[in-house]
Design a protein around this ligand. Structure first.
Ligand SMILES: [Fe+2]
Length: 275
């Protein structure tokens, strides 16, 4: 049995408009995640300008954790958020109004999917890094600007920005352009994490198994484990995450390239595993 870690997930009850409407929905999602091989998730509700408040997110996490224990569902839920990149983000994170991922320096950031990127995008991402935070871009394969110009994304990665792709993107569920961009990014070795971004036990999560099968066929189980276990574990612990270019599972299918390592300064992590 695999023990994957999901770093992007909308499992908390009654927080996200498009997430579980009640505790029952969260428990259904939890059972489905366990079935897909996950033993840990970071709950990452949508966050914009410090809303919902951190205490609301932590309270929902406590409620869910108690219910999981009661129902004996073997899933650990950790605190986090998926936050919109907005001009005051650094100040809000510093003031504790926005949750990082499991209180580590890693911060899950969402960019506009269809519009141009805000003019302050690069500057703010690097400013976050300069202050000890590590921005992880949520599903950049869905950002239209990057679909047209993957090199712009490669430039961000080269400067220490992290990428999280969504598993269902790899199967074409979100459209061909997203599928194509996902595989391009994987093949170029630009991806640090895979996650479900699940909002329910339905559609998106159901594509996890086919996505994992295709990944394993293409790059081997070792690379799947890197993106769904080893790197997420380093993130949870506030450790350095390596960028490893995948080797093809069957030689000759993909051009092998050098392995690139990026250093992060993960120094501010506080040990606080659960709500
Ligand atoms: Fe999300």
């Amino acid at each position: 049995m695999n023990s994957y870690i999901d770093i992007h997930n909308h499992i908390l009850p009654e927080i996200d408009e498009d997430g579980p409407p009640d505790l029952g929905g969260s428990l259904m999602l939890a059972r489905a995640l366990v079935k897909q091989g996950f033993d840990t998730v970071i709950a990452t509700p949508h966050s914009f300008e410090g809303n919902p408040p951190v205490e609301t997110i932590l309270g929902a996490g406590r409620l869910l954790t108690a219910a999981l224990e009661e129902q004996r569902i073997p899933l650990q839920v950790l605190p986090g958020a998926e936050t919109v990149l907005e001009p005051q983000l650094l100040e809000r994170v510093k003031q504790g109004q926005v949750l990082t991922l499991n209180r580590s320096p890693y911060l899950l950031v969402e960019l506009p999917l269809f519009q141009e990127l805000p003019p302050y995008t690069g500057e703010l991402l690097f400013k976050l890094k300069a202050h000890g935070y590590e921005p992880v871009l949520a599903h950049p394969e869905r950002v239209r600007v990057f679909q047209k110009d993957p090199d712009a994304l490669a430039a961000l990665v080269a400067r220490g920005v992290f990428l999280q792709l969504t598993l269902s993107s790899l199967t074409g569920l979100m459209g061909r352009a997203i599928e194509r961009t996902s595989w391009q990014l994987l093949t170029r070795g630009l991806v640090h994490f895979l996650a479900t971004d699940a909002h329910s036990a339905g559609r998106r999560l159901a594509r996890t198994a086919p996505a994992l099968r295709r990944l394993k066929r293409t790059f081997g189980q070792g690379y799947v484990d890197t993106l769904l276990r080893e790197n997420p574990l380093r993130l949870l612990r506030g450790e350095e995450v390596c960028l490893t270019e995948p080797a093809p599972a069957r030689p000759g299918r993909l051009k092998a390239g050098p392995t690139v390592y990026l250093k992060t300064e993960a120094t501010q992590w506080k040990k606080n595993w659960i709500y």
